[in-house]
Design a protein around this ligand. Structure first.
Ligand code: AMP
Length: 653
């Protein structure tokens, strides 16, 4: 017997899911479908996206609905238009062999009159976003008095997005005796409140552990300087020639900027965010789904609910404000039993956030090193070789040219031909990457540090002679490293060096961020005490006549602390490789023009990346990063960072 049939589903549904390629039920389907098929149970399911939850409620729902009636018997509420359309499509596929089924999607940004017309034809199931559904109710365009089933999908997201009142209004319009099925990736108090208010003795199902991430996702982080993030993103893409990724940014502005740069650099990428019109968004999604795009650069809100198969990588170009969003983001990969990688591109100061995410998702991250330019070249080379090996030859079309080609190449050996052929592309890549810098930032893990009672002692080659006191030095270290002043427990300022006692968890961050930092044109050195040497490791060279002078020096220029410098002269950074394409005119940066390339061109002309200005940043640049990215989150809401210690992770079941 078919495994779906064994769960109690009828033959026409089983036929439809078999056609969709579902061979056996996912764990949540196995647990929930038989119970829901009784038609008498409420359900609260803690399930991540990608677990097969749409079919979990969709399959029993379409079994229970009377499609010979034109009454609206079920309403499914979900947070976004994209998810709304997705659920509608899924349910329409499930009912492919059922007569009379009419499943209608109702969402904002489209004609309410057309949607009303579709409902009036007799929609037994209405899939809706809460705002539009509320509007429909207000205008008396929908009758929910015969609803027997209400499904709340991604309930936590709906509440996050401020749909609480809409949900209450909509549910109050439905009969009290209906069954309510609630799905949520997390279980904050507000979701629990809904389950208490609207359900009686619901079945509770947890899939994949409370709030834990999908087992098939590998979590990886790369530590790079903020200014090298874009270059790192490209290296990662270049080192994964078959990448099919969603790149998450924090703001619409950043999303568009990164997408524009990628396009300019020849990658098949585009942006998805709230500033695009609905038709532009649909167009982008269509291209992504059809794999004309390899990288979709998106905001959280715009990408919510996206169900695209076989996403290989989720790249957190910026960490999400809300940790819950990390789960939502990473859930875009490793769907339906597949594997995937969730990558975070972070700077030293964000390592602590990774630890917080680890605790919440109960999964460990691996720290990876950004591939070197050489590694990227190598990967591309073998990808090219594989491509050549597997290319389908159009014998008929090429036949006529072969004699002339043989003639042209007759003086070359087989080895020479292969070498030359491959080199036509490989040279470009090599050339591009020949001076590519190492983008990794040391996290200080290589340095043994001595920690006693949670306190690590560090040495710094700055002291009284630098006009620093214990409090100004504390301020300086906190400012440069981003660690809280409270983490710096004590500073013992000597004449030309000092000892700093810090909470051990901050020591690594401090030593890591103080790479290539200058103070009054002198390299600042911070080391763990164990490495500092007998005299405190005082750096004599470079101080020159300073000690003799005795005059107190003031801080450097404007920011008071001197200047942060990058490592070495990175004049080559501006030339970080432009992606794969050898497209002419790709430098225009225009979004539309890169359109629907049927296939990614083989690798690449070096377009100038437009990425790195190559300009050094002073350490005070930290503030503009924060302020620019604060400006416009896609949700429009001014969310508080969830990483702050005060805000505890949300309560679960
Ligand atoms: P969802 O969690 O509903 O977003 O589903 C994630 C993906 O898994 C969707 O693309 C579904 O089509 C697919 N899927 C759901 N159930 C199964 C199943 N039993 N076997 C294979 N794929 C499934």
């Amino acid at each position: 017997m078919n495994k779906f049939e064994a769960l109690g589903l009828n033959k026409s549904i089983v036929k439809a899911v078999t056609e969709l390629g579902f061979e056996s039920p996912t764990p949540i389907q196995e647990k929930a479908i038989p119970a829901l098929l009784t038609g008498t149970s409420d359900l609260v399911a803690l399930a991540q996206t990608g677990t097969g939850k749409t079919a979990t409620f969709g399959l029993p729902l379409v079994s229970l609905i009377d499609f010979s009636s034109k009454d609206t018997q079920a309403v499914i509420l979900c947070p976004t238009r994209e998810l709304c359309m997705q659920i509608t499509r899924d349910l329409q596929s499930f009912t492919k062999y059922m007569d009379g089924a009419n499943i209608v999607a109702v969402y904002g940004g489209a004609s309410i009159d057309n949607q009303t017309r579709d409902i009036k034809k007799g929609a037994q199931i209405v899939v809706a976003t809460p705002g539009r559904m509320n509007d429909m109710i207000d205008r008396r365009r929908v009758n929910l008095s015969n609803v027997r089933y209400a499904v709340l999908d991604e309930a936590d997201e709906m509440l996050n997005m401020g749909f609480k009142e809409d949900l209450d209004t909509i549910l109050s319009q439905t009969p009290a005796e209906k069954n309510t099925w609630l799905f949520s990736a997390t279980m904050p108090d507000e979701v629990l409140r809904i389950s208490k208010n609207y359900m009686s003795n619901p079945i509770e199902i947890t899939v994949g552990g409370k709030n834990t991430g999908n087992e098939n996702i590998e979590h990886v982080y790369y530590v790079v300087q903020a200014r090298d993030k874009y270059a790192a993103l490209k290296r990662i893409a270049d080192s994964n020639p078959d990448i099919f990724a969603i790149v998450f940014c924090r703001t619409r502005l950043e999303t568009q900027e990164i997408a524009d740069k990628l396009i300019k650099d020849g990658y098949n990428a585009d942006a998805l965010h709230g500033d695009l019109s609905q038709s532009q968004r649909d167009h982008v999604m269509k291209r992504y789904r059809s794999r004309s795009l390899q990288m979709l650069v998106a905001t959280d809100v715009a990408a919510r609910g996206i169900d695209v198969q076989d996403v290989t990588h989720v790249i957190n170009y910026a960490l999400p404000d809300e940790i819950e969003n990390y789960t939502h983001r990473s859930g875009r990969t490793a769907r339906a039993g597949k594997t995937g990688v969730s990558i975070c591109l972070i700077n030293m100061k964000e390592v602590g956030k990774i630890r917080i995410i680890e605790r919440i998702i109960k999964r460990k991250f691996t720290q990876a090193t950004v591939p070197t330019g050489f590694q990227a070249c190598e990967t591309q080379l073998f990808s090219l070789v594989k491509k050549i090996h597997n290319v389908e030859v159009n014998e008929k079309a090429i036949e006529a040219y072969m004699p002339k080609i043989y003639d042209e190449l007759k003086d070359l050996s087989r080895e020479d031909i292969i070498k030359r052929f491959v080199s036509t592309e490989f040279n470009r890549f090599l050339d591009y990457y020949k001076n590519a810098p190492d983008l990794n930032v040391s996290t200080g893990r290589d340095r043994p540090s001595i920690s006693v009672n949670g306190i690590t002692k560090l040495f710094i080659n700055l002291g009284e002679l630098d006009s620093l006191t214990s409090s100004t030095m504390k301020e300086y270290i906190s400012e440069v490293s981003g660690v809280d002043m409270n983490s710096i427990v004590n500073i013992d300022v000597k004449s030309s060096f000092s000892f700093i006692e810090v909470k051990t968890e901050s020591a690594e961050i401090i030593t890591g961020t103080f790479k290539n930092i200058q103070f009054n044109n002198r390299n600042v050195r911070i080391e763990s005490r164990g490495d500092a040497g007998g005299d405190g490791g005082r750096e004599r060279s470079g101080r020159g006549g300073y000690e003799g002078g005795g005059a107190k020096r003031s801080f450097g220029g404007g920011n008071g602390y001197g200047e942060r410098r990058s490592s070495g002269n990175r004049s080559d950074r501006g030339g970080e490789r432009g992606g794969y394409s050898s497209r002419g005119g790709s430098g225009s940066g225009e979004r539309k023009s890169y359109g629907d390339r049927p296939e990614r061109p083989s690798y690449a002309r070096n377009s100038d990346s437009g990425n790195s200005t190559g300009e050094r940043k002073t350490y005070s640049d930290r503030s503009d990063r924060a302020s620019s990215s604060r400006s416009s989150t896609d949700s429009g809401s001014d969310r508080k960072s969830n990483f702050s210690r005060e805000k505890r992770p949300r309560k679960n079941f």
